[in-house]
Design a protein around this ligand. Structure first.
Ligand code: ATP
Length: 301
């Protein structure tokens, strides 16, 4: 009997490992379009990162000849909510790819909890960061198991708690087979907003000190957007969060807003201080605000 169980146990282990790896691949594909180029240095340490302090120190980077980020410096204190804004192509996603160390900086340094990320293993670094991508990959499995990808050894009770915190409970209860409903390729299709809440539930399970949220560029209905923002507030409690913002309305309550323009950090501060400074951010804000007001006027007609 034991002999029969051992291989099954082993298969279970392999299955869990593969699922963990797939969740990592999902994170990679959402940010990357090619294989990562960096390797752990022989002296890289498997550090345990618990604080969630992030610093960019005069960071420069280019994918090729062209410089994309130039002299970018900022600090994120543990528990702060920081938003990155800027026009398309300003370098917002590049910043996150560098924090994840999909590429190495060509100048300066990135530190997490005071340690240069080149001096730690990639595994240690990526354990410390949970990412909610714009487009979440759902595996052909039940919704419950899809959420478990966040941390394969999570208990059922922990998964239910994550479902609740991610504001998914009502949605789950309305499904034909509740949490056991098959989703993904051959199962039910979820909307963009629902998929992002699944990703938030996974991030809650992962319990990393740093959360990166890549806000969807495609428009969500306002109910769905509100549910996502509420869910995000839950997961961000006590964590450092970095939001790549496409809608300026979601950044108003951030502790700090980083304003990127053509790869340079041109301004940073709270929403109110940036509006008072009447610079580039204030201009972006006015443009988007006018656009949003125009759109709501059109809807009312
Ligand atoms: P968006 O809001 O449209 O997502 P972004 O601010 O996130 O834009 P990035 O994706 O960081 O901008 O891109 C910054 C610049 O780097 C762009 O000019 C882009 O064309 C270029 N770029 C991005 N990824 C690559 C890549 N893999 N290889 C070469 N150039 C790239």
């Amino acid at each position: 009997m034991m002999q029969l169980f051992m291989p099954l146990n082993f298969l279970g282990f392999v299955y869990r490992e593969i699922r963990g790896a797939l969740a990592n691949i999902e994170r990679m594909f959402s940010l990357l379009d090619k294989t990562p180029l960096v390797k752990d240095s022989p002296t890289a340490k498997a550090v345990s990162l618990t604080e969630g302090r992030v610093s960019f120190d005069s960071v420069g980077f280019g994918y090729g000849e062209r410089e994309i980020l130039k002299g970018v410096s900022f600090e994120i204190e543990p528990g702060q909510k920081v938003a990155v804004v800027g026009e398309s192509g300003a370098g917002k996603s590049t910043l996150v790819r560098l924090l994840f160390r999909f590429y190495d900086v060509s100048q300066g340094a990135i530190r997490v909890d005071g340690i240069d990320i080149r001096d730690m293993t990639q595994d240690a670094l990526r354990r410390a960061i949970a990412i909610v991508p714009q487009d979440t990959v759902l595996f052909n499995d039940t919704l419950f198991e899809n959420i478990r990808y966040g941390r394969p050894d999570a208990s059922d009770a922990e998964i239910w708690q994550a479902i609740e915190l991610a504001h998914l409970k009502q949605f789950v209860e309305a499904l034909p087979q509740q949490a056991q409903t098959k989703v993904g390729e051959r199962g039910m299709k979820l909307s963009g907003g629902e998929k992002q809440r699944v990703a938030i539930a996974r991030a809650i399970l992962k319990r990393s000190p740093i959360l990166v949220f890549d806000e969807a560029t495609s428009s969500l209905d306002s109910r769905s957007e509100r549910a996502i923002l509420k869910a995000l507030d839950e997961v961000a409690k006590g964590h450092t969060s970095l939001v790549i913002a496409h809608r300026l309305s979601t950044v108003v309550d951030a502790d700090k807003i980083l304003v990127l323009h053509q790869g340079q950090l041109v301004e940073s501060g709270s929403h109110d201080s940036l509006l008072a400074a009447d610079g580039y951010y204030a201009r972006l804000w006015r443009i988007q605000h006018t656009k949003q007001t125009d759109e709501s006027v059109q809807v009312q007609h």
